[in-house]
Structures are given as structure tokens and as C-alpha cells.
Design a protein around this ligand. Sequence first.
Ligand SMILES: NC(=O)c1ccc[n+]([C@@H]2O[C@H](COP(=O)([O-])OP(=O)(O)OC[C@H]3O[C@@H](n4cnc5c(N)ncnc54)[C@H](OP(=O)(O)O)[C@@H]3O)[C@@H](O)[C@H]2O)c1
Length: 285
Amino acid sequence: MTEEAATAKPILVLGGKGKTGSRVVAQLQARGLEVRAASRSSPTRFDWFDESTWPDALAGAGAVYLVDMADQPVEWDPSYSVRAFCRLARASGVGRVVLLQARTNEDAGGKSLTGSEDEVRASGLDWTILRPSWFFQNFDEGILLDGVHEGEIRLPAGDGLEPFIDCADVAAVAVAALTEDGHTGRTYELSGPRLMSFGDAVAAVAGQAGRDIRYVAVSADAYVAELVAQGVPADYARMCADLFGQIREGKGAYLSTGVQDALGRVPRDFADFAKSAGATGVWDA
Ligand SMILES: NC(=O)c1ccc[n+]([C@@H]2O[C@H](COP(=O)([O-])OP(=O)(O)OC[C@H]3O[C@@H](n4cnc5c(N)ncnc54)[C@H](OP(=O)(O)O)[C@@H]3O)[C@@H](O)[C@H]2O)c1
């Protein structure tokens, strides 16, 4: 599929209100392209658990930004859902798909996190796969924001290092892959420019928030018990603990060059993110 063909029709963005999806939508719109954001709470409704919502979301689309639920309910099976979705996408005229995954080959919570990649590669669509590290935006839009407000972030990540990345950089690579030639068949591992521990990141957030916020390294079992006590299902809590455990064990402690390879520029640093996020007041007590 050529660049012209890929951008002549609407581009479907799944998870269009999420941390990367919202930025993919904004960046595509800034290029003057027609975008259709879809998720359970969007005007165009899309639910991975309700296949009756899929045809309307796909109707007339030429390309798809595919955000799945690989790290969500443990019972969700990407090999079934992503295969069925890609088959329907192809039948309805989609030519190009950009899949968001994570930079891991390990199981978590007893579940493979790479099943969607296999399905997309075998789909017959022009594909690009994005495998980013942990997002900056977990601190101001995601699962760590409550901990920032409480002044304590408790995770089983030890002192492990991770090259956190800005979701805007992930989105920029997605937009390039959705709209430009030269990215088909590429698997981009994406990271920020610097290895940091959660302690380093929390200290940077605390510095910009102007108050004391502590990172406390807890055991995996203690973390699971705390989540379960808050009402989180035990199998999902275990999956999260396994993901943080990969950081604790140093499995994410390397830089990747996908942003440079796809965009020809360096990714944004966490310090720059923390400064601008802090200035919005999102971390104020
Ligand atoms: N967070 C990270 O640090 C990180 C790092 C690397 C990779 N990833 C990957 O990024 C992907 C997204 O994770 P995220 O944490 O960044 O979440 P997110 O994109 O910020 O939010 C999830 C999105 O999915 C939608 N959604 C939830 N359940 C759905 C369903 N049943 N059907 C359709 N849409 C649904 C939600 O919108 P509605 O509520 O409107 O449906 C929301 O827009 C995951 O595959 C994850 O593995 C995340």
C-alpha cells in the first residue's frame, strides 16, 4: 500500500482516548488527515469483547492503529481476537496496520504478551509493530498518578533500570508508519534516551511537584496483596507484578534506537517531560 493510498481514507485509531492513541489522533489531525477514534467510550464505539462493534469502526478505513489488551484481562486471548479483527479489517478494505505492543518477550501472569504480533505479521496486511518501553505518562495520566498524589509509589521494581519513553514519541513513530512509506515489515523497539530507576523518576517528579514523594520498593507478594485488598483481581495483580519484576531483574535495562531509526531524531528526556507535566499542576497536592 502506498503513502497516497494509506492516507486517502480515514485512519482508525483504537484506544483513541488512551495515552498513545490520543496523541496519534492529535498528530494525524494536525496533518489534516481524517481520523476515526474508537473505543468503548467514543462516539464510534469499539469493544474488543463485542465483535458487533467492529464493522462500523472499520467501515471505509484505509489504515488502523491497533491498541489491544495484551496486558489487560488475563482471560482475553489476542490470538483469537486480533486474528479475527485483522481478517475483518482486510475484508473491509484496510491495507495497513500499526500495532502497539511492549518491549518484552516474557510471559506475565502466565500469559504471552507477543500473541498479537504473530497475528499481525500473518494477517496479509502491511504491518509495522511498535515495542516501546514504559511510558512517562504513567506518572501523570496512568496507574502511578494516585501514588504521586498520595506521596508514595510502592512497586516491586527494586532498583531496576528502564529507559522510560514519552507517549508523544511513540505516537510520532505510529503516525510515520501509518502515513509514510518505508516502515512496512519493520518492528521498532522504542525507548527514551536514558536508563532510570523508578527511584530516579519519582525524584524527578517530586522535584517538579515541589513536595516529598517517595518510591518504596516492595516485594511482588506484598504488591499483589495490596492490589487485591483494593479490589483488583488477583490474576491481573500478578500480571502487573510480573511486569514490574522484569524491570527489577534488569530485563529492560538497555536503550533502543527505534525513535532515531523511524524519525531521524532523538527521543525526549524524562526531565523535560517532568518539567512540562509539573507546570500543568497535575501533580499538585
Ligand atoms: N503503560 C505503559 O507504560 C506501556 C508501555 C509499553 C506498552 N504499553 C502497551 O500499550 C497498550 C495500551 O496500554 P496503556 O496502559 O497505555 O493504556 P491506554 O492506551 O492509556 O488506555 C487503554 C485504552 O484502551 C481502551 N480500552 C480498554 N478496554 C477496551 C475494550 N474492551 N475494547 C476497546 N477498547 C478498550 C480504553 O478506552 P475506553 O475506556 O474508552 O474503552 C483506553 O483508551 C497496551 O497494549 C500496553 O501493553 C503500555
